[in-house]
Design a protein around this ligand. Sequence first.
Ligand code: UDP
Ligand code: MG
Length: 347
Amino acid sequence: MGTDLAGEITLSVVIPMYNEEAVISGLVARLRPVLDGLHTEYEVVAVDDGSRDATVALLTAQADEWPQLRIVRLRRNSGHQAALTAGLHRARGRWVVSLDADLQDPPEAIAEMLRLAQAGADVVYGVRADRSTDTVFKRQTARAYYRLMRRIVGAELPAQAGDFRLVSRDVVETLRQLPERTPVYRLLVPALGFPSAEVRYVREARLAGETKYPLPRMIALAWDSVANFTAAPLRLATWLGLGSFLACLALIAFGIVGHLRGVTIPGWTSLFVAVLLFGGVQLVCLGLLGEYVGRIYATVQNRPTFHVGSDTAEDQPATPELSNTADRPAAPEPEANAGRPVAAVRG
Ligand code: UDP
Ligand code: MG
């Protein structure tokens, strides 16, 4: 295991925070009773994502009275998913919950999440059953996003599951081994296919302050999501190339016929044919390059192509295994699992 203290604490709650001075006292007032009420060892890992307001000062004051509150400071603003990564890497709990600071996701659901996890689920998604408090724009863009992502990632993706979720130590260690540079956890975690469960809740309005996800950041997240999971945009060049190459062939025939019938000015046909031919050939070659770049990208991402849930030949439940890392002997690949991560038994 990556962290020495891993497992000593039952629950870690990771909270990325960027300029959240307006919500901290409200957050602590609501979160602490919930966590104290679990009667178990816990820690809260507040990740300050380079805030420029009083976030750190307020957190430090709270930590004086709340020994379970840890503050992890990033040197500069690195973005929500990067702050989550920092929190996941630092968390020491047997289970790790990620929570936004703005109380849009109810901390009270953590008790139910932990119960489901103790009953065997490695992942418990918080699913927004109702987001009527979000703006129409946010709801529509979110709906389009989840629809597109289900097509790309697969049906195992729970709709409307954001970053409020619980994961087990096995999942955390698997995530830590992935050399992903721009992880999008809401897609990555389902793609690993651990046994999962859901807790449904109603999304509330932001407690205070403004959203830290303005449109450019939403677009960046959507693009990371697409580019992390599919090389389809690269394939565009191949299809464009093939299409225009066929069109070029027809036009070349047209040019030659015109030449033979003598209805063109001298020199036109050779230029026309050369331009079309090389244009088409270039696009096809670009597409082919794209195909290989896509494969290199997938290799560099180094995601497990399958994940063994259990093996009757082993006494212990199998630990997460990366099949395609060079320094491990490749496990025999079950046929049904070949090629892509599959959803294991759903809890
Ligand atoms: N956040 C962060 N770094 C950023 C942007 C956001 O750590 O660069 C945190 C933010 O403080 C909050 C969470 O990510 O705890 C989600 O942000 P927000 O609630 O503003 O997003 P929304 O709910 O509007 O999509
Ligand atoms: Mg929010």
